[in-house]
Design a protein around this ligand. Structure first.
Ligand code: C5P
Length: 233
């Protein structure tokens, strides 16, 4: 899989998701299914989107003891998603167990990426609530290196961290970056943003874009603009 735009389908139901995706008559966007939609609809939403020809990033951010992660990943491997994820904070043994569970008998598996520190966590919260006293960018790189040591394929990170992650973990270690906005668009609640073109410039492998596409007056035009800026230019 090469560079691509992943559309965050942050909808509450399958009906809303299909109504949105039905606007796309010429392309089949790579889609992200998050907890809200997955918990509302269950595995059938994954099967239906797969049957419609979409690639899927299942964003469930798993975090539990290694044995539970392993068993959960066995189940997800059968769903045939393209990317799934977990929290690097679960430590290397948990990530290794997850990877083992995700790998099918024939050796194939979806890509597995790690969330480092959530972008909603800042230095102050991390120190106060988690008692982690290192600078947050060091923590993010340390977690990324842990994910690499466990054999994972990459991390979810801010586009502002993508370059450093590649420098630290290697060019082939994937960076999947939310926090993308058009230069002339509304940033909403995202604090640290980049345009699709800037995300491309810093070497992000996938951008995850929600509201700039889903809430656009013309979602298909907004999606095409993202692809043009991030993939084609
Ligand atoms: O609408 P917007 O473009 O902000 O959507 C970004 C998507 O990426 C949402 O689904 C959000 O939950 C997800 N995400 C994020 N920041 C992270 C991890 C995931 O915005 N650190």
């Amino acid at each position: 899989m090469g560079k691509d735009v992943i559309v965050a389908c942050d909808f509450a139901s399958a009906a809303q998701t299909f109504a949105f995706l039905d606007c796309f008559t010429q392309e089949k966007p790579f889609v992200k299914i998050g907890m809200e939609l997955f918990y509302a609809e269950g595995p059938s939403i994954v099967r239906e989107l797969k049957a419609r020809g979409h690639k899927i990033f299942l964003d469930l951010k798993l975090h539990d003891i290694p044995n539970t992660l392993k068993k959960s990943m066995v189940v997800l491997s059968r769903l045939d998603v393209d990317i799934c994820n977990l929290h690097a904070g679960g430590t290397i043994p948990m990530m290794k167990a997850a990877l083992e569970g995700l790998t099918r008998e024939d050796g194939s598996r979806p890509l597995l990426i790690a969330v480092t520190q959530l972008t909603s966590t800042d230095q102050e919260t991390m120190e106060r609530d988690l008692l982690i006293r290192a600078p947050i960018d060091e923590v993010v790189m340390h977690y990324a290196l842990n994910a690499k040591a466990a054999g994972l394929d990459g991390v979810v990170c801010s586009p502002l961290e993508a370059k450093k992650v590649h420098k630290t973990c290697g060019a082939s270690f994937l960076t999947v970056t939310p926090g993308v906005r058009f230069a002339d668009g509304d940033t909403g609640d995202q604090k640290r943003v980049m345009t699709p073109a800037q995300a491309k410039e810093v070497g992000a492998d996938y951008i995850v874009v929600g509201r700039p596409i889903t809430a656009a007056a013309d979602p298909v035009a907004a999606y095409r603009r993202c692809v043009r800026e991030f993939v084609d230019c």
